[in-house]
Design a protein around this ligand. Structure first.
Ligand SMILES: *[C@@H]1O[C@H](CO)[C@@H](O)[C@H](O)[C@H]1NC(C)=O
Ligand SMILES: *[C@@H]1O[C@H](CO)[C@@H](O)[C@H](O)[C@H]1NC(C)=O
Ligand SMILES: *[C@@H]1O[C@H](CO)[C@@H](O)[C@H](O)[C@H]1NC(C)=O
Ligand SMILES: *[C@@H]1O[C@H](CO)[C@@H](O)[C@H](O)[C@H]1NC(C)=O
Ligand SMILES: *[C@@H]1O[C@H](CO)[C@@H](O)[C@H](O)[C@H]1NC(C)=O
Length: 296
């Protein structure tokens, strides 16, 4: 156990990416304009068709995001066909700031892009799906929906979680916010690494999350909330399993669930409980929302 912790610690220390990016242009993606504190990585203001749509803290070493942050809006229309994109500025800081679609073969992707981030090939033939942190279904604007289809917003997620309990969580949160949130709802969704990193296809390129987490903050909500919903405003959170073999401590397995999704449970929890688990694994205090989204 100690060995695993030391390895994670050394991994985290080497993750500091310097000051490549800057969240300033997309600070409106964060509650009170303030990004979560504690996790170190490369900020990406996710720009698509010359507009900022959301914000991502990226880990260059893991070639995957730590978290994405966005403002929820009522979903409309059908889910767009996903055209997967990459972030040119991770390969070259002078490149265009808009995310770009992967070239269609035989056109080749620049090797600097392949080295700087996850690419389509990483997910092909792997046992993991492309799990959105910021899901397309939490947006009304078609362009914003398309903007979520960038691999810098994606972690390796088991299909059983991605199409199962985690999708249910996204649907439930959407319903709750549409029914009871009357102002802006800020959402941050991220991942929790294994104590000792695991990599897709053992290639040492893209690191696999052991858990997914998510939290929302809505300050302006209905006053006449039903009794059973009083505890989930202004803020609430969840952690979801991405590995049926994980221990039961953080998210217990419900033995009753049907075989297909067994071991991919999602546990709902108050924000301070989530932050406790994040602190335990990241070994640093993490604040997701300024002052825990408490009322002013
Ligand atoms: C995926 O697997 C198929 C069949 O084994 C193989 O032909 C193909 O080259 C693989 N693609 C990648 C990107 O690994
Ligand atoms: C999305 O938002 C942009 C900028 O506000 C706007 O120009 C565009 O028309 C919107 N698209 C849809 C489908 O509403
Ligand atoms: C989502 O809501 C359904 C219906 O209320 C409930 O059965 C399910 O446990 C919820 N799942 C999550 C992950 O919130
Ligand atoms: C909360 O939302 C309601 C309905 O949209 C609006 O009338 C009110 O001004 C908002 N209050 C605050 C403090 O944002
Ligand atoms: C869980 O453990 C079993 C048995 O060791 C193994 O076959 C399986 O691949 C593991 N699942 C994951 C998601 O690691």
């Amino acid at each position: 156990m100690r060995c695993a912790c030391v390895m994670l610690l050394s991994a985290l220390f080497s993750l500091s990416d310097g000051d490549v990016g800057d969240f300033t242009p997309c600070s409106s993606a964060f509650y009170r304009g303030l990004p979560p504190t504690g996790i170190v990585g490369t900020p990406i203001c996710q720009r698509y068709q010359n507009r900022y749509h959301f914000a991502t803290l990226y880990s260059r070493e893991r070639r995957a995001p730590w978290f994405s942050a966005y403002v929820f809006s009522k979903p409309q229309n059908k889910r767009p066909r996903g055209e997967w994109k990459f972030e040119p500025q991770l390969a070259n800081s002078k490149a265009d700031g808009n995310m770009m679609p992967f070239p269609v073969p035989p056109a080749k992707l620049d090797q600097n892009v392949v080295e700087s981030q996850a690419v389509q090939k990483d997910y092909i033939n792997s046992t993991y799906t492309r799990g959105h942190l910021n899901p397309s279904q939490h947006h009304s604007n078609t362009t914003s929906r398309r903007a979520t289809f960038t691999l810098t917003n994606v972690v390796p997620q088991k299909a059983e979680s991605n199409d199962g309990p985690w999708a249910m969580l996204e649907t439930n949160v959407s319903k709750i916010l549409q029914e009871h949130c009357q102002g802006e709802a800020f959402i941050v969704t991220g991942m929790i690494p294994y104590e000792k990193e695991r990599w897709m296809k053992d290639e040492g390129r893209v690191a696999i999350p052991e858990y997914m987490w998510s939290a929302y903050c809505c300050q302006n909500y209905s006053r006449d909330l039903p009794e059973n919903l009083k505890d989930i405003f202004p803020t609430f959170a969840a952690i979801g399993r991405n590995d049926p073999n994980s221990t039961q401590e953080i998210v217990p397995v419900d033995p009753q669930t049907k075989k297909k999704t067994k071991g991919y449970d999602v546990r709902l929890m108050p924000l301070p409980i989530l932050e406790g688990y994040l602190k335990q694994r990241y070994m640093v205090s993490i604040s997701v929302f300024d002052q825990m989204c408490s009322r002013a």
